[in-house]
Write a protein that binds this ligand. Structure first.
Ligand code: EZ4
Ligand code: CO
Length: 409
């Protein structure tokens, strides 16, 4: 079974997605997600100009060999653009292999280890009353674990907080509301955030009790000692995890945080290689691995990363924002179901327009996600619908401190 063709589809049903479709000479198709928020066209070029020509005529069944060929063969290895491209090829080939086997992908990964993947939803509010309403709305939607983000007194728009409660329980999805060809600038103040956040968690625990798993994303804003202090001050509220407390590329920073707090730590959504994790895993400096199939080199690489994490008792918490396409989400769900060291899965439901383009079969029931038993990944792309949503340049925001200094967003 040879690869007959491969094409890149860029579509923007409310936000941009990059998808690779590989077709074999006997007409089997596979999809892979290559979406890199704000750098979509770089991945499209990498695939179209440098990868697709290498794929034509290759044996579609040789997934590991193709991964190594694209990774080692380029000489210039790692990096988000390269690894999103490699991920898309790898995921599409797994989709093809599972379709040919007539099985859902999770069966090829060892079969189900659980009935479904515990998902967490994104509650947010500009203030505490709005946040509590949003938590309630998410519980009503069936979520059994909740990420908590709020505005900070004195600051305007803050990461993770819905700009308005548009009758949907404060759904956070910053990009579609704020699309423009230049990044917007947000003002940030870490001391104000550190003073405020423990009072938010105190209010949420007082309202919803001790059992509900609560998560929080620090989104790379703190220094190690600030993160250590936040972890300590949140200990009474028993977080499921504190995510991205410090900029992720400084693995050694986690040593300092770990010395001071028992709040569980999660990191890795911006990582693209197992090599980004070696200190973190080997020294047990984190509790959850946050990478996505889309950005970390595909199903093949993510499986290896999770198996290495398992050696150290570290669990998965795969990245699942709306800028992971339904194809990337489905790939995550097959791994979530199969690996022993599953922890939790982030889940931001995609918009109806996105689900018109990507026909999914995964389901969300009683707080758990299941990839379905459709052979392959269980997602198909509707080309006609995709063509109705052309690419629009859109960027993530940029942070500046009150004195104008560029900060981590
Ligand atoms: O900001 O995916 O935990 N989730 C996150 C996301 C990221 C976006 C960046 O494209 O941090 O909301
Ligand atoms: Co995050």
């Amino acid at each position: 079974m040879r690869i007959h063709s491969a094409e890149v589809v860029v579509t923007s049903p409310g936000r941009n997605f990059v998808t690779l479709r590989i077709t074999t000479d006997d007409g089997v198709t596979g999809l892979g997600d290559a979406t890199l928020n704000g750098r979509e066209m770089a991945v499209r070029s990498y695939l179209e100009d440098h990868v697709v020509p290498l794929l034509l005529g290759r044996d579609a069944s040789r997934i590991e060999d193709t991964w190594q060929y694209l990774y080692r063969g380029a000489y210039w290895r790692r990096g988000p653009v390269t690894m999103a491209a490699v991920a898309a090829v790898d995921t599409a080939l797994w989709d093809i292999k599972a379709k040919c086997a007539g099985m859902p992908l999770y069966q090829l990964l060892g079969g189900a280890s659980r009935t479904g993947a515990l998902a967490y939803g994104h509650a947010s509010g500009r203030d505490v009353p709005e946040l509590l309403d949003s938590v309630r709305a998410h519980l009503d939607q069936g979520f059994r674990a909740i990420r908590v983000q709020t505005g900070v007194p004195g600051l305007g728009t803050v990461y993770g907080v819905a700009a308005s409660d548009a009758g949907d329980g404060g759904r956070y999805d910053h990009e579609p509301a704020r699309r423009r060809p230049l990044p917007v600038v947000e003002t940030w103040d870490t001391p104000a955030y550190l003073r405020h956040l423990p009072t938010v968690f105190e209010a949420v625990r007082a309202e919803f009790g001790p059992e509900l798993p609560l998560l929080h994303d620090g989104h790379h804003r703190m220094t190690p000692i600030q993160a250590a202090r936040l972890g300590k001050s949140l200990e009474p509220y028993d977080l499921f995890w504190l995510e991205d407390a410090t900029p992720a590329e400084d693995q050694a920073a986690l040593r300092l945080i770990r010395q001071h707090t028992t709040t569980p730590l999660a990191i890795g959504e911006v990582f693209n290689s197992v090599h980004d994790y070696t200190t973190l895993l080997g020294e047990r400096l984190i509790d959850y691995v946050r990478s996505s199939v889309t950005h970390a080199g595909g199903v093949t690489a993510m499986r290896k990363l999770l198996d290495l994490a398992a050696v150290y008792g570290i669990r998965s918490g795969l990245h699942g924002p709306t800028d992971i396409s339904p194809v990337g989400m489905a790939a995550a769900l097959h791994l979530d179901l199969a690996v022993h060291n599953f922890g939790i899965q982030e889940y931001m439901p995609h918009t109806p327009a996105t689900l018109e383009v990507f026909r999914t079969s995964f389901r969300f029931e009683d707080g758990l996600l299941h990839p379905s038993d459709t052979p392959g990944l269980g997602v198909e792309l509707d080309d006609t619908a995709a063509r109705g949503f052309p690419y629009e340049p859109a960027y993530l925001p940029v942070s500046r401190l009150r004195d104008g200094t560029v900060h981590d967003w």
